[in-house]
Design a protein around this ligand. Structure first.
Ligand SMILES: *[C@@H]1O[C@H](CO)[C@@H](O)[C@H](O)[C@H]1NC(C)=O
Ligand SMILES: *[C@@H]1O[C@H](CO)[C@@H](O)[C@H](O)[C@H]1NC(C)=O
Ligand SMILES: *[C@@H]1O[C@H](CO)[C@@H](O)[C@H](O)[C@H]1NC(C)=O
Ligand SMILES: *[C@@H]1O[C@H](CO)[C@@H](O)[C@H](O)[C@H]1NC(C)=O
Ligand SMILES: *[C@@H]1O[C@H](CO)[C@@H](O)[C@H](O)[C@H]1NC(C)=O
Ligand SMILES: *[C@@H]1O[C@H](CO)[C@@H](O)[C@H](O)[C@H]1NC(C)=O
Length: 699
């Protein structure tokens, strides 16, 4: 039997290797030798502009902004006095709140702020006597996980009028969570002998590093003489994960991490868990002094990139990376490798963006921020319909149609998961996808020390903040990533260091910066990828030019085509039909009273050919309207795409297996006389697409 004192001693061993006894506070302070390289700004300081504002406005006005009013898992959730939950985790409304707060404040949208306030009031007003936040009243149903999703810290910063009330409620909750965890990890590790049923699939226990992120905020900003309890709670979460066999540091290890098809699925191989797990070692390094975790973070990112990442910048998994399933054997039988399996769940793009952003802020490794941009400009918007009313559960790298498949090529998702719909499988993506852009934007500018401001994630946006206690305003007018030209207008009441992160793919002498209409200067990024400018008190105008060459990435003799950070697949024409959204559990149409009239499920059937091999030597720019100052709304659609490429292509045979495109044929022989001119458009604009191409062989 495990007793409390055993946990305590395990804990000290974990915290201070080689040292004797110390308090959690001391251990954490020691661990602060590694702080973030960059600090985030309060929510609302950064605002989107241009195409990014359009995308977020669509999210706010369409599905994301309407769920509160009609969607049963939000509107009639147990969190708001109703009866609906899609799983024992009771996580739908916490996911919703986790996005509605950043969406509302980055857009300054009063309607959404009112939604967030309604939930905040309800939840704080109904906080249980013992401090529990949420609808559950029994030990068996009270799981801690969903509370990790609260954006209470963001809310408290965005709306100072609520800070005191929020912080008081959080302290009450932390005291309770602390005593639960001390009591044999109640609420984290299920004890079946007690009938626990708050986490039957082990998702909460696989994500023990998420609550510590909010707790760390509480500890740093509002500790209220409760520091010891907060820090111990963080340590207990990590320790509970370890006891529950969900310590990610045991997984990101050469020899254990899956690199071929021969591995067992587990909590670690669940794609969304993995996307979140990427920042586990770095959360841990904040509570220990163990510098090996920094290297391990980089190993984790490298191995995930090498073995499980799609060309569009997300993780490949449906929902697990891979397993010894019959479907996978069917793929294997036509000769392939694990990395070529190319379905990705929308939540994997969302969580990858969050992890990569967190990791760049922490470590300053340029490649990692590039990965956040890649997912933000490709994988994420690809899974959204152009009007943001529907989304896919699973996006395929090669996706010749989007409909219910007659056979099942997936590991454990429904056959209609690649349709654009309201809940085209498990509803987590319905309530989680809208966090991606607002969090991207709110982390896009960060502080470096006391005197520096950094544009870390590129795109059209503005920031108003203070440096040295003086006000600073920066406006970035650009169509990046369609265009490589960014115009900065900087108004400052003080001189300070302003840095712009230069993406790693930028090459050559054509990359330059012009300050106040002066002469061109070469970009000189440091090893964090930052080009530094000393900005004077007054107005400074800066133009940065990042040349966007066409590049290809090879994967086992197939290729993906990029220009800058955008992936360019072949655009497939299609017809679209729509029907009433289906209930994901019984596949029957939902009643009219359950849906907004704009929410539909869509079926896209191809009407143009897609079986081609490319001649990469002939890649060239087609239309280039990337610098126009009025990019159309719904930028990611076939009609509105501002950039296209062209390439010579040749028809080939391409088998269909399990009702979807087989893996791309390797170097198929083609007939020169059959050459066609193929148009490539951004991945997210081509709702039907081929992005991983065979390369033509001519002899
Ligand atoms: C884009 O569409 C949204 C939602 O319909 C709308 O609010 C916004 O004003 C549009 N933006 C432009 C530039 O037309
Ligand atoms: C602690 O929880 C585990 C399940 O995680 C259970 O097997 C064990 O009996 C519990 N111990 C006590 C003292 O309740
Ligand atoms: C430090 O972290 C590494 C990587 O996870 C791990 O292998 C090692 O055991 C840790 N060291 C200690 C003393 O905990
Ligand atoms: C590339 O594909 C071939 C044939 O499909 C397969 O046999 C081979 O193992 C793959 N090679 C690599 C490095 O993945
Ligand atoms: C999708 O097709 C499968 C057969 O592959 C069928 O069993 C299922 O009922 C269909 N689902 C829907 C939503 O039409
Ligand atoms: C969805 O289907 C389930 C049966 O699996 C049923 O219990 C539930 O009431 C349905 N939901 C709605 C809103 O129709």
């Amino acid at each position: 039997m495990r007793s409390r004192s055993v946990w305590t001693s395990l804990l000290s061993v974990m915290l201070l290797p080689g040292a004797s006894i110390s308090t959690p506070a001391e251990a954490h302070e020691n661990g602060q030798s590694r702080a973030f390289q960059f600090d985030s700004l309060p929510l609302g300081a950064v605002k989107p502009m241009g195409w990014l504002r359009d995308q977020m406005t669509l999210s706010a006005e369409e599905l994301g902004g309407q769920l509160f009013d009609f969607y049963r898992y939000v509107h009639r959730s147990t969190w708001l006095g109703g009866e609906y939950e899609y799983s024992e985790l009771n996580e739908a409304v916490p996911y919703w709140f986790n996005y509605i707060v950043p969406l509302a404040w980055t857009l300054d949208d009063q309607r959404l702020k009112d939604q967030a306030k309604a939930f905040l009031d309800y939840t704080l007003d109904t906080q249980a006597e013992d401090g529990w936040l949420g609808p559950e009243t029994t030990r068996q149903t009270r799981g801690i996980w969903a509370r990790s999703l609260f954006a209470f810290g963001q809310y408290a910063e965005a709306d100072p009028a609520e800070t005191d009330r929020i912080v008081t409620a959080l302290h009450k909750f932390v005291d309770l969570a602390h005593s639960m965890l001390k009591n044999n990890f109640t609420g984290l590790i299920q004890d079946r002998s007690q009938g626990d049923n708050f986490d039957p699939w082990g998702f909460g226990v696989s994500r023990t590093h998420e609550l510590p992120i909010s707790l760390r905020w509480l500890y740093e900003k509002h500790p209220r003489q409760n520091s010891e309890v907060i820090l111990e709670t963080i340590d207990l979460m990590v320790e509970g994960g370890r006891l529950g066999n969900c310590d990610w540091t045991t997984f990101f290890v050469d020899g254990t991490f899956p690199k071929d098809t021969n591995f067992k699925s587990s909590g670690f191989t669940h794609g969304v868990n993995l996307a979140q797990g990427l920042h586990y070692p770095s959360v841990l390094v904040r509570c220990t002094k163990n510098e090996s975790l920094v290297q391990q973070t980089h190993d984790a990112v490298d191995m995930t990139l090498q073995y499980h990442t799609s060309l569009s910048g997300t993780i490949i998994g449906d929902e697990h990376l891979d397993a010894q399933s019959p479907q996978r054997r069917a793929f294997a039988s036509i000769g392939t490798i694990l990395t070529s399996l190319t379905n990705s769940e929308l939540c994997m793009a969302v969580e990858s963006m969050f992890s990569y952003t967190y990791l760049y802020r922490y470590h300053g490794t340029n490649l990692i921020a590039d990965r956040a941009e890649l997912a933000a400009f490709n994988a994420l918007p690809a899974a959204m319909s152009p009007d943001w009313w529907s989304h896919q559960y699973v996006t395929q790298t090669n996706q010749p149609w989007s409909r219910n498949l007659t056979e099942d090529p997936y590991f454990n998702v429904a056959t209609y998961s690649n349709t654009f719909g309201l809940e085209p499988n498990f509803p987590c993506c319905t309530v989680n996808h809208p966090q991606a852009y607002p969090k991207y934007v709110s982390s896009a500018f960060v502080r470096k020390g006391d005197k520096g401001l950094v544009h870390m994630l590129l795109g059209p946006m503005s920031v108003e903040t203070s440096v040295n206690g003086r006000s600073v305003k920066v406006e970035v007018t650009t169509n990046y990533p369609f265009s490589g030209t960014l115009h900065y207008k900087i108004d400052a009441d003080t001189k300070y260091d302003f840095s712009i992160r230069i993406p790693g793919w930028t090459v050559g002498e054509d990359a330059f910066v012009i300050i106040n209409y002066g002469r061109k200067e070469a970009l000189r990024p440091n090893n964090e990828g930052l080009h530094r400018l000393g900005v004077k008190k007054s107005t400074t105008e800066v133009t940065v030019h990042l040349p966007m060459e066409i590049t290809t990435v090879s994967r086992n003799e197939t290729i993906g085509v990029y220009r800058g950070p955008i992936l360019y697949p072949a655009d497939i024409e299609y017809t679209e039909t729509s029907h009433q959204p289906l209930n994901w559990t019984d596949l029957q149409p939902l009643d009219d009273t359950e849906v907004d009239p704009c929410a539909k499920d869509h079926i896209l059937e191809p009407t143009s050919a897609w079986k081609y091999a490319l001649d990469p030597e002939t890649l060239r720019v087609g239309d280039l309207a990337a610098d126009r100052d009025d990019l159309p709304n719904a930028t990611f659609s076939r009609e509105n795409s501002p950039v296209s490429l062209q390439v010579d292509a040749y028809p080939i045979d391409w088998p269909i297996i399990l009702d979807t495109a087989a893996l791309p044929p390797i170097a198929p022989r083609v007939d020169r006389s059959e050459k066609v001119n193929l148009r490539l458009i951004p991945f997210a604009a081509a709702k039907l697409h081929i992005a991983q191409f065979p390369v033509a062989r001519f002899n």
